[in-house]
Design a protein around this ligand. Structure first.
Ligand code: C2E
Ligand code: CA
Ligand code: CA
Length: 311
């Protein structure tokens, strides 16, 4: 709910409604079931958001998006098994912008569709370059974040096929990270797309698992390959007993359903040790590497290769 305090500054009903709207969107962006009272700072923020949205529309065409790669490793020996591609925006005026600042804006419109597909294409291209440089093995996985909005597109599978054909990427190396909310949509179209992805050999991973919805029914209805345990659980692993039990239960459930588990946001050895003890299969986090530029990723892979040869 957005609230406006009436003052003499208002002449028109439209202005009051506009500001109430701004306050309401602010409340929404802060979470569910809350209200915000409008203030001037909110209007400035809203204007900044609007200009960002306008700029973002041009960002793809103007080649302002960039990729970062963050490794995903095997828990038992830290062996590199893949990368998650994460987007950044090099804004001509504001500099490097993190996804936290623009993905939600992009998700309010179909802009996110082009961004995600740009990431898919650019990351697949990069993988092929790394293949020719012999930096990656055929089994190395590439994770791409896919907004639930993608699934509204009737021609999504065609667009993916085009990108696969253009880049020569093997779909078996690809995994799409989607959120629980995507699979709560029981429409025929979502089901067809999911089946189409699976037919191509693309894996489905549930991102931020445990933060979304309490219904687990979708795990029964869709062919999910892996659960990514949200960072907040990993963060609390050493702080409270409940988190340990929650993570233990998620891992057990995943194993019984034949799914893999990736823990996100692993920052220290103590968390690593605990996750190993809980039999978590895969890990991702600053402990191994932050999201890296293409150049740093290459150095990382060279070191991983040397380490393998040495070991
Ligand atoms: P995510 O998919 O959950 O990605 C993981 C985020 O956690 C990344 O933030 C990563 O930098 C951060 N992270 C990884 N390890 C650690 C750690 O050990 N500690 C801490 N504190 N953070 C860690 P980033 O890159 O800022 O991305 C934020 C979110 O933006 C992503 O969360 C994802 O939801 C979204 N995003 C990023 N790229 C894309 C994209 O291409 N498409 C879509 N739809 N969303 C994207
Ligand atoms: Ca993700
Ligand atoms: Ca996540």
């Amino acid at each position: 709910m957005g609230i406006v305090m009436l003052s003499d500054n208002y002449r028109q009903a439209d202005d009051i409604i506009r500001d109430a709207d701004i306050a309401m969107y602010r409340a929404k962006s802060l979470g569910k079931a809350r209200y915000q009272v409008f203030d001037e700072a909110m209007r400035e923020r809203a204007i900044l958001q609007m200009t960002l949205e306008r700029d973002l529309r041009l960002a793809v065409e103007r080649n302002e998006l960039q990729l970062r790669f963050q490794p995903i490793v095997l828990a038992k020996n830290r062996e590199l098994i893949g990368f998650e591609a994460l987007v950044r925006w090099l804004h001509p005026k504001h500099g490097l912008i993190q996804p936290g600042e623009f993905i939600s804006i992009a998700e309010e419109s179909d802009l996110i569709i082009d961004i995600d597909l740009w990431v898919l294409e650019a990351a697949c291209k990069q993988f092929q370059i790394w293949k020719t440089k012999h930096l990656i093995s055929p089994g190395l996985q590439l994770s791409i974040n896919f907004s639930s909005r993608q699934f509204n597109q009737v021609n999504l599978l065609n667009r993916i096929d085009e990108i696969l054909a253009k880049t020569g990427m093997s779909p078996r190396q690809l995994q799409f990270e989607i959120t629980e909310s995507t699979l709560l949509n029981q429409s025929e179209q979502v089901r067809n797309i999911i089946n189409g992805l699976k037919e191509r050999g693309i894996q489905l991973h549930i991102d931020d698992f445990g933060t979304g919805y309490s219904s687990l029914q979708y795990l029964q209805n869709f062919p999910v390959d892996a659960l990514k345990i949200d960072r907040s659980f990993v963060d609390n692993l050493l702080k409270n007993h409940e988190s340990i039990e929650l993570v233990r239960t998620i891992i057990l459930m995943a194993r019984n359903l034949g799914m893999k588990v990736v823990a996100e946001g692993v920052e220290n050895e103590a968390q690593l040790e605990r996750l190993r003890n809980l039999q978590c299969g895969y890990l991702q986090g600053y402990l191994f590497a932050k999201p890296m530029t293409v150049e740093d990723t290459e150095t990382f892979m060279e070191q991983a290769l040397m380490w393998q040869i040495g070991a």
